[in-house]
Design a protein around this ligand. Structure first.
Ligand code: FCB
Length: 467
């Protein structure tokens, strides 16, 4: 039996986002974002046709929900501000009800001893910007900078940890290449332009923050999918290298080192896929921008092998021209999501940060397990989610090992607090410490919530040999 203790002051919390949890009510003044629009107009793409209309009702339940956070003993929690709630239309006018709502949320959290970690953008672009070209249009970058400045002015006194973006790769990859998120474009070069413009927006957000004179911290939340090659065969190693270059290094190097990898530029030039609108001023801004804090979202590894066929030269250019997924025999699967569970990657990520980006303070900003049909595990009114406790223990043990070897990890946030709406999957897979009954809106603590509370109280947990 090992007693795994975490550093004093470790951030124990959870993460959620505005669009996934708030819901809307008549008269709240919120404007549509791309998810409100897409979940109505492309309703068949969403599990059981559930839209963003109600989600987990945080807008109306926030007082009780903050009590629920407190009951778990969370010392921090990340959510996001809904841009289209705060600035509902193209006129740029601020919605006073949104200001009142977010000020109330952040103040109540502080009063309950829960530090609000506030993210400015979690995939939810206002529709009035999308119709003008969204992230492909440089005007969206200016609008983002104004929005960020407004947030710092309105809420800066209540927030100590700010984030510019959650998973900046996703709007580009899922929205402009892989046909998963609205606007369902499939074109690499446009995806690359979106990604670059988001990187610039991130820099402009940091710039606005520095100009605001606030003494709190600002960072970004990145999703890291560590890449593992099938074998040490040079062809497999090359495949892994390319997957990492496109999906991780492209962004990490820009944000954390101030420049895009030169190898990526070379490959994109060779294939005629470089985004066109990249100015010298923007590259200078990227080079000059520094963050204070890095959040890492980790859910799964990416196993790859060398391609077994040549890509169709007339097909759509994609990173997958250089590798293909590898299904490792014996891998542990989360069948609800169809993704591998691999806790050791959290250790590898910590080591990667120490090696490639030494000195950056970081924390696990999302980690979690989405399970379908959780009602089948209800006994005596409580979801007996032992699988989630096992998941937590396994991942935290790996994280603990990295910390004990010197990694500068400051905390761990679980996705998520109350079951929330997922992009496309809506309420199919549940992730929360509290179960949401969609029909009644009732929220009930799961067994994993009880376990997490004990973990926070003890600032650690006991791991038996067999675990
Ligand atoms: C992450 C997203 C988050 C949530 C989890 C399950 O990639 O940041 O919004 O949907 O996946």
């Amino acid at each position: 039996m090992a007693n795994l203790k975490f550093p004093d002051g470790f951030w124990w919390g959870a993460a959620t986002s505005a669009t996934q949890s708030e819901g809307t009510v008549a008269g709240d003044g919120k404007g549509d974002n791309i998810w409100d629009y897409a979940s109505r107009h492309y309703n068949n793409r969403f599990f059981d046709g559930v839209t963003t209309q109600e989600t987990s009702r945080f807008y109306t339940d926030h007082v009780a929900d903050i009590d629920r956070m407190k009951a778990l003993g969370l010392n921090s929690l990340r959510t996001s501000i809904s841009w289209s709630r705060l600035i509902p239309d193209a006129s740029g006018t601020v919605n006073p009800l949104a200001v009142q709502f977010y000020r109330d949320v952040f103040q109540r959290m502080r009063d309950a001893g829960i530090a609000p970690f506030v993210n400015l953008f979690h995939f939810d672009l206002p529709m009035y910007l999308q119709t003008e070209g969204g992230w492909e249009n440089k005007a969206t970058i200016d609008a983002y900078a104004r929005y960020a400045k407004t947030c710092f002015e309105l809420f800066g006194d209540l927030v100590d940890h700010w984030f510019t973006f959650n998973e900046p790769m996703i709007p580009a990859e899922a929205g402009y290449l892989h046909d998963r998120h609205y606007p369902f474009v499939v074109e690499f070069k446009r995806a690359a332009q979106v990604l670059h413009n988001i990187v610039v927006a991130h820099c402009r957000g940091i710039e606005a923050f520095r100009a605001s004179g606030l003494t709190s911290q600002i960072g970004i939340i990145m999703d890291v999918i560590p890449v593992y090659p099938r074998s040490q065969n040079p062809a497999d190693l090359k495949a892994a290298h390319m997957a990492d270059l496109f999906y991780t290094k492209s962004l990490n190097e820009a944000i954390l080192k101030g420049h895009y990898p030169s190898e990526l530029n070379e490959v994109l030039t060779q294939y005629g896929q470089r985004p066109e609108a990249v100015s010298a001023e923007e590259l200078a801004l990227i080079a000059a921008t520094k963050i204070d804090l890095l959040g890492i979202n980790y859910y799964r590894p990416r196993r790859v092998k060398a391609r077994e066929s040549l890509p169709n030269p007339e097909g759509v250019f994609a990173p997958e021209w250089f590798f293909e997924p590898y299904e490792m025999p014996g891998r542990q699967m989360n069948t609800s999501r169809g993704i591998e569970i691999y806790p050791e990657a959290l250790y590898d990520i910590a080591k990667m940060i120490d090696r490639d980006y030494p000195g950056i303070p970081w924390f696990v900003s999302e980690n979690g397990i989405g399970i379908q049909d959780e009602a089948r595990f209800i006994r005596d009114g409580m979801v007996q989610d032992d699988y989630r406790i096992d998941f937590l223990k396994a991942h935290l043990a790996c994280l603990h090992r990295a910390i004990s070897e010197g990694s500068h990890c400051l905390g761990y946030h679980m996705w998520t607090f109350v079951d929330c709406w997922s992009w496309m999957n809506a309420y199919k897979n549940r992730y929360g410490f509290y179960r949401l009954d969609l029909a009644t809106g009732e929220k009930t603590l799961k067994k994993s919530g009880v376990w997490f509370k004990q973990l926070i109280q003890a600032n650690g947990f006991e791991l038996t040999q067999t675990e």
